[in-house]
Write a protein that binds this ligand. Structure first.
Ligand SMILES: *Cc1c(COP(=O)(O)O)cnc(C)c1O
Length: 418
């Protein structure tokens, strides 16, 4: 029995069966590569689902963990430490928002945003304003796995087994301005958007839809809440993807790449919205701990020092350009989209998408498939053009082989029929 088989057998006995893992046992990483227990190297174009912004073994992260773990790992939010205000200052400057609450994960930041929206609507009502408690979320949305998050997540499979979910959520058709206008009223306390839907298939909002959501929310005092957990912290070449649109939300959430692999989440809001919160209303034991804050600050410093926003833009543009030229040669690719290093190629069949992920794995390249037919690439921000070339060459081979196999099957089929 290999080490992988032993671990797999033990997990099958001991863990809740929540994951359908790939049969790979990674033991370390270097730059954009993961290395398995047999020393085989894999090009990682997924970076732990958009988390490992600086790749693996980055000295800035190693140094911050070593230094902070010697000094202080945890104190709770009963006391001050040196990291929260400093990290909050960076994040408020980057997002254009005024105040921060630190959590541990994306879903926890999102729960905070939902609670904040309800509390803010309550405050407005106490000031004599007419505003309800309803949320408008989008079809194909994904906001996490806790109750508020699944309630505002579109796919039935995430909600239905756990019902009843939190009531008062209505889903609007993606980028459908008429549907948004029709469902918006002063019953709504917040409109919930991802600037670029991640799990939903790397789908960007249109300028028109985003602008309409902003102006509807402003017209009643409802909040525009933008989930940047996957698209934020530089992945798209700007700190937040909403900055590509020139639209400012009232609330945003960050998590995945924020501390380069150490768990952290952040909820940011305007000064006006923050009036709804007072001490004791919301909190967390671990959130915003000294270790996570120190590492997040080190990650931000490294992104700035190494020019990684520019790199994400340039290598991301190159990636999309190469995928477009691949699409011109292969009919199976029906769309290429994304921004910076949040990139997708949509295929014409779910079977082919599954096969492509498996074939890429055989070639030691890690990607995934979301929304059935969409190949998703969320590489580390340190990605170089040569890595893109490697991936494109592998995809080219896979689609060429697939097309050849299909036409062989067709002509064989033709003969039998003839
Ligand atoms: C991953 C993700 C979440 C949930 O984050 P977790 O850390 O897994 O709880 C929420 N929203 C978006 C857009 C995400 O991509």
């Amino acid at each position: 029995m290999t080490r992988l088989d032993q671990i797999r057998a033990a997990e099958e006995r001991l863990l809740l069966p929540t994951y359908d893992r790939n049969p790979l046992l990674f033991v370390r990483g270097e730059g954009v590569h993961l290395i398995d227990e047999q020393g085989e190297r894999y090009l990682d174009l997924l970076s732990g689902i958009g988390v490992n912004a600086l790749g693996y073994g980055h000295p800035a992260i190693e140094e911050a963990i070593a230094r902070q773990s010697r000094a202080l790992i945890h104190t709770s939010n009963l006391y001050f430490h040196e990291g929260q205000a400093e990290l909050a200052l960076r994040l408020t400057e980057q997002t254009g928002l005024d105040r921060v609450f630190f959590a541990n994960t994306g879903t926890e930041a999102w729960e905070g945003a939902l609670k904040l929206a309800r509390a803010h609507a309550g405050l407005l009502r106490s000031e004599g304003k007419q505003i309800g408690t309803k949320f408008l979320a989008l079809e194909q949305s994904f906001h996490g796995r806790t109750f508020g998050s699944i309630s505002t997540t579109f796919k039935e499979k995430y909600r239905e087994p756990f019902g009843p979910v939190v009531p008062g959520v209505e889903f609007v058709r993606f980028n459908d301005v008429t549907d948004l206008r029709g469902k918006f009223s002063n019953e709504v306390c917040a409109i919930l958007l991802e600037t670029i839907q991640g799990e939903g298939g790397v789908r960007p909002l249109t300028q028109e839809f985003f602008a309409e959501a902003r102006s509807l929310a402003s017209s009643t005092g409802a909040l525009l809440i933008v989930d940047e957990i996957q698209s934020g912290m530089g992945r798209t070449g700007k700190w937040c993807a909403y900055q590509h649109y020139g639209i400012q939300p009232d609330v945003t959430t960050l998590a995945k790449p924020l501390a380069g692999g150490i768990p952290i989440g952040a909820l940011l809001c305007t000064e006006e919205v923050s009036r709804a919160i007072h001490p004791g209303m919301h909190g967390t034991t671990f959130g915003g701990g000294p270790l996570a804050c120190a590492v997040a600050i080190a990650v931000i410093d490294a992104i700035e020092k190494d020019g990684l926003l520019k790199n994400a833009t340039e290598v991301g543009d190159y990636f999309q350009l190469q995928l477009r030229s691949l699409a011109a040669r292969h009919e199976a690719i029906v769309d290429v989209r994304g921004k910076g290093l949040m990139v997708a190629a949509e295929l014409d069949s779910a079977d082919l998408a599954k096969l492509t992920v498996a074939e890429m794995l055989k070639r030691h390249i890690l990607i995934n498939c979301t929304s059935d037919t969409v190949l998703r690439f969320l590489p580390p921000y340190i990605l170089e053009r040569t890595h893109v070339d490697t991936a494109i060459k592998a995809l080219d081979e896979i689609f060429t082989e697939h097309a050849a196999a299909q036409s062989a099957a067709q002509s064989a089929g033709g003969h039998t029929r003839g």
